[in-house]
Design a protein. Structure first.
Lengths: 112, 404
């Protein structure tokens, strides 16, 4: 099973293994990763599972689709390496993927 | 001192309450009671990927068992609460056990509004609320099966789309003059009706079902105008009613749900409530509402947890909703009731547009069809009571956030 590394808001690193096919958001939610809210549960409807992907992994991901692009535009501090974690499906090629949780999820949300 | 918190209801709000209470440092006994046997799970996929068989059950779960073990959450699943004794601070379960609490959180949700016409009790009549409903319905959603759906709201249309994808012959019967009439503009209704018809679904509006016929099992749906539709399987999606009976019997104030204030407090100081079961004030929209939404369940549960732990927090949110039907995503933010102006942005024929609602020049709500940018921008503008420039608003080349 691929390994995924979450860097939480305080800087803590959490390493978890998860089966291929599930999304990074689902893994975060199951393991209670701090700062990934994921209100809509993966419907690409809320932009509260925003993460920054470590640069070396960016090109291994499928590109953003329009819906994700639009959602990210007004996320809190979007960057070139921003992704919605519900749109990243784990695969063998992503073994070791590292993502960092932003300090906040949305312009309007209180911190969870 | 609060040593035991009971949460009644293990849906979106109940699961979030557990998370928030532990995150905020509650270290006492935490019991989550739910009448379904599954670990707490998310419901939105039930009419979509899960109904289609594209998603395994364990992917619905918010958390795995290990989370509850680690966080010392006592899961009482498959057990139903039958009585709240507010004076003694005890909850009775259907098997006779009673549990004492210092604080109680009611996250009891809503249930499907039942069909009441003759024949409603026939086999083959389904509702869609939980995993068990999907399990009962799915074997009948075979290619070629004649599926009749009563109600053209979110549940009805999402189920119609999924059944159609599975190859069923689908007919939607709607009592009003258009689908989703309570939640979207008429142009949005028209757009979605067209999308469904293009996919081969029959949508019939202005029609009232008067009885179901069949020998033991539903075979035919008969409408007031005498028209009849043959059915192998029937799905009823005619709304939901709040689960507020236990609260009312316990003497809590209830009106269209459990009455709570902006702190999610009920009329009993030891009892809070969150989610679809609550009738609560919307500060932004200056009215009391009952919302059936993931977002509201999540936010109220968080607010209730904080207040329950003595950290005063007000629930003051702009609600949002979404629906997936075929490859369309409908995103709604705000509440449009009381609007005095509607502005279309974009062209429905381009399959990406939005409808903005204003009142006295203030942006109240936006319905965005395959248009995430307008939706996300609107969340902020509506909360800020922004007053967009109307000419800019009507020009889809100008981004919504640049209209203010």
């Amino acid at each position: 099973m691929p390994l995924i590394v979450f860097v939480e808001r305080g800087g803590a690193r959490r390493e978890v293994r998860a089966p291929e096919g599930v999304t990074v958001m689902e893994i975060a939610r199951r393991h209670g990763i701090d700062g990934i809210v994921a209100q809509c549960g993966g419907a690409c409807a809320c932009a509260t599972c925003h993460v920054y992907v470590a640069p070396q992994w960016l090109e291994k991901l499928e590109p953003r689709e329009d819906m994700e692009e639009g959602m990210l535009e007004n996320a809190w501090e979007p960057r070139a390496n921003s992704r919605l974690s519900c749109q990243i499906h784990l695969a063998a090629a992503l073994d070791g993927l590292e993502v960092t949780v932003p300090r906040r999820q949305n312009l309007l949300e209180n911190d969870q | 001192m609060i040593s035991t918190i009971l949460i009644l209801g293990a849906g979106q709000a109940g699961a979030q309450a557990v998370d928030s209470l532990r995150r905020e440092g509650f270290a006492g006994r935490l019991v989550l009671i739910g009448d379904e046997p599954q670990l707490p799970y998310q419901r939105p996929p039930l009419s979509k990927q899960f109904l289609a068989g594209e998603m395994a059950e364990d992917r619905l779960f918010f958390r795995h068992q290990a989370y509850y073990d680690q966080h010392r959450v006592e899961l009482e699943l498959g057990r139903r609460a039958t009585r709240i004794d507010a004076a003694a601070r005890r909850v009775s379960l259907s098997d006779g056990e009673t549990l004492a609490y210092d604080r109680l959180m009611l996250c009891t949700g809503a249930k499907s509004r039942p069909l009441t016409c003759p024949g409603a009790e026939l086999a083959g009549v389904h509702y869609l609320r939980g995993v068990a409903d999907v399990a009962a319905m799915r074997p009948g959603l075979k290619a070629g099966a004649r599926v009749v759906i009563i109600g053209g709201g979110y549940i009805g249309l999402e189920t119609a789309a999924t059944a159609r994808k599975l190859g069923c012959a689908v007919t939607v019967l709607e009592m009003a003059d258009r689908v989703m009439n309570r939640v979207v503009a008429s142009s949005v209704s028209e757009y979605f009706a067209h999308e469904h018809r293009t996919q081969g679904i029959k949508i019939i509006c202005n029609t009232r079902v008067v009885r179901l016929e069949g020998t033991g099992r539903v075979e035919r749906v008969v409408c007031a105008d005498g028209s009849a539709y043959e059915a192998d399987l029937l799905v009823v999606g005619v709304g939901a009613v709040p689960n507020s009976e236990l609260a009312a019997e316990a003497g809590l104030a209830c009106e269209n749900g459990i009455t709570v204030d902006e702190y999610c407090r009920t009329s009993d100081a030891a009892i809070y409530a969150a989610g679809d079961c609550t009738h609560h004030p919307s500060l932004r929209f200056e009215m009391r509402v009952r919302l059936e939404s993931v977002d509201n369940a999540f936010e109220q549960a968080k607010t209730a947890a904080l207040n329950l732990l003595g950290k005063p927090t007000i629930h003051d949110r702009v609600p949002w909703f979404w629906s997936d039907q075929f490859d369309n995503k409908l995103l709604i933010v705000g509440l449009s009731s009381g609007f005095d102006q509607q502005v279309l942005r974009g062209d429905p024929a381009a399959r990406s547009f939005s409808i903005c609602y204003l009142k006295g020049g203030e942006l109240l709500a936006v319905e965005a069809i395959n248009h995430p940018k307008d939706y996300i921008a609107a969340r902020k503008l509506i909360a800020e009571r922004a007053r967009p420039d109307l000419d800019k608003l009507a020009d889809p080349r100008i981004s919504l956030k640049e209209t203010v």
